[in-house]
Every structure is written in structure tokens, then in C-alpha cells.
Design a protein around this ligand. Structure first.
Ligand code: KIV
Length: 298
């Protein structure tokens, strides 16, 4: 990143303006998005020059230890979005609408999207799937909130898809992914996430849309990429999805550090002099005399 403040900085308090994302696509500049779920992580992503932070319902799995994203609640996403919004100054903060928060009606979708913005501090929201989500996305945009679409592998409805599987490998599926992405674009979404979609399908969608595509397991032709914080930073030892590139191995760093801490506590090597607070000698002597006096009275 250049040292010069971006030209929009003074009139958006440093926040990347939403229309700038479509401009980046036009200029061929890749958009960088990552998930985050708390203030210190958001601050680090901001410092690293990330453009968008998704407060994803992937938190249900990578933070809260669930088997899927289905049980994640609005209250959880609102709280985490508040934390992230405090840490992220420049990146656009995307609040993920959890399963059950937008399916039933346009009214409920708008109410929950507005809650994520007003209470959570999200800049925009994200919804999964085509189908009824297209009308929901349009209703939320009409209410004045930016919406990111999400097609391909949609974890909230993975049961219907037969599990966490790539989508669009047959011509019928490819057509469905393509049509859903274009319908969400026409409904006013400012960007579309393409998850676990073959590269030729993602490329066709990216070519057909004026708004940016953000890929996760969708190849290099997408206008931007997103990865889940815990996957890309190696917060766990197990197998990550095929599309993840690990940029760090923090699980090994953290268990190593905790192991050294445990050894030091058990051996008495920690804490040392430098980690403790001193007391002036005369105060210490008075304190000890007081304790002695007190013990003589008992
Ligand atoms: O919840 C999430 O983190 C997501 C990304 C995988 C796009 O939806």
C-alpha cells in the first residue's frame, strides 16, 4: 500500500466506499476479503490492507465448535460484528445473515439486515442462495442496505446440496449457479461470493456481471478472493478444505508457546523478578510488623 492516504479518506472517515469495489473490478485490481470475528483480528486485517472483512457464520464452526453454520443466531452475529466494526476502520464490514434470519419474508429480512447495520455496526450484509434470497436481497437493497450474494456451495443449505460439495460440475448445476449469480446481480447486490465452483463457471459469471465476484474455491478469474481466518492462518491441525492456502501455522505456534508457559510455571521459571511488583522496604517492614502484631493477638 502507498503511504499517501486514499483520496476518499477525508469524506468517508477512511472507510473504503462501496462503489469503489466495482471500480476496482473495472480497473482489474483484485479485491481482498477475509473473515474475522473480533476486534484485534479486524485491526490486524485492516493494518494488512484487506479491503473487506466478513463476519461470517463460519464462526459457528471455527470459533464456536459446531458441526455446521445452521445454528448460528442473529445475536451472535450482531455481537461479533460490533467487535469487528470497532477494529476495522478502512475495510468494508460485511455482516453475514444467519440461517433463519431472512428466509421467511422480505419484512423479516429487512428487519434483521437493518439490525445488523444499526446495532452491529455492519456496513453491509450477506445472504446465501438464489431462489427466495433474490427477492430478499432486492428488499434489503430497497431498504437502503448493501447486500452481498453468495452462491455455489451455500453452507446454510448444505443438507439440500448433499453436503459440503463443489457446485457447478455438471452443465445443469453450472447453469443454476450462473443464473442465481446473475439474478442476485440484477436484484442489486454489490458483489457475489462464489464458493466451491469450477473455475470456468466462475469465469463466465465474472465476465457477465458488472459487480465483483469474490471467490472461495472458485479459481483465479474472480475479481477478489475470501478465506476463513482460522483456515488460512492454520489455527487447527486437521485437514482444511481443498481451496485453502495456509499462510501460517498458528496452531503449532500457539501449542508450542502454551507448552513452554506450562513448563515455566511448573518449574518455577515464571514469573521472574521483571514480572513482579516491588514494594518500598519501609512499607514492607511495617507490613510484616503488622502481621506479626496481629498473630501475637491470636
Ligand atoms: O461464513 C463465511 O465465512 C462465509 C465465507 C466462507 C464466504 O460465508
Amino acid at each position: 500500500m502507498s503511504d499517501k492516504p486514499p483520496r476518499y479518506a477525508s469524506w468517508t472517515h477512511g472507510k473504503l466506499p462501496l462503489p469503489e469495489l466495482a471500480e476496482m473490478k473495472r480497473r482489474g485490481e483484485k479485491i481482498v476479503m477475509v473473515t474475522a470475528y473480533d476486534a484485534p483480528s479486524a485491526r490486524l486485517a485492516d493494518e494488512a490492507g484487506v479491503d473487506m472483512i466478513l463476519v461470517g457464520d463460519s464462526s459457528g464452526m471455527v470459533v464456536h465448535g459446531r458441526e455446521s453454520t445452521v445454528a448460528v443466531t442473529m445475536d451472535e452475529i450482531v455481537l461479533m460484528t460490533q467487535w469487528v466494526a470497532r477494529g476495522a476502520k478502512r475495510p468494508v464490514v460485511v455482516g453475514d445473515m444467519p440461517f433463519g434470519s431472512y428466509e421467511a419474508s422480505d419484512e423479516e429480512a429487512v428487519r434483521n439486515a437493518v439490525r445488523l447495520v444499526k446495532e452491529g455496526g455492519a456496513d453491509v450484509v450477506k445472504v446465501e442462495r438464489g431462489g427466495t434470497s433474490v427477492a430478499r436481497a432486492r428488499a434489503i437493497v430497497d431498504a437502503g442496505v448493501g447486500v452481498m450474494g453468495h452462491v455455489g456451495l451455500t453452507p446454510q443449505t448444505s443438507t439440500l446440496l448433499g453436503g459440503f460439495k463443489a457446485q457447478g460440475r455438471s452443465v445443469d448445476q453450472a447453469r443454476r449457479v450462473y443464473d442465481e449469480a446473475l439474478a442476485l446481480g440484477a436484484a442489486g447486490c454489490f458483489a457475489i461470493v462464489l464458493e466451491a465452483v469450477p473455475a470456468p463457471v466462475a469465469e463466465a459469471v465474472t465476465r457477465a456481471l458488472a459487480v465483483p465476484t469474490i471467490g472461495i474455491g472458485a479459481g483465479a478469474a474472480c475479481d477478489g478472493q475470501v478465506l476463513v481466518w482460522h483456515d488460512m492462518l492454520g489455527f487447527y491441525q486437521g485437514q482444511a478444505p481443498r481451496f485453502v492456502k495456509r499462510y501460517a501455522n498458528l496452531a503449532a505456534e500457539i501449542t508450542g508457546a502454551l507448552g513452554r508457559y506450562a513448563d515455566d510455571v511448573r518449574s518455577g521459571a515464571f514469573p521472574e523478578e521483571q514480572h513482579t511488583y516491588a514494594m518500598p522496604n519501609e512499607e514492607r517492614e511495617l507490613f510484616e510488623a503488622e502481621l506479626e502484631g496481629a498473630s501475637e493477638h491470636h
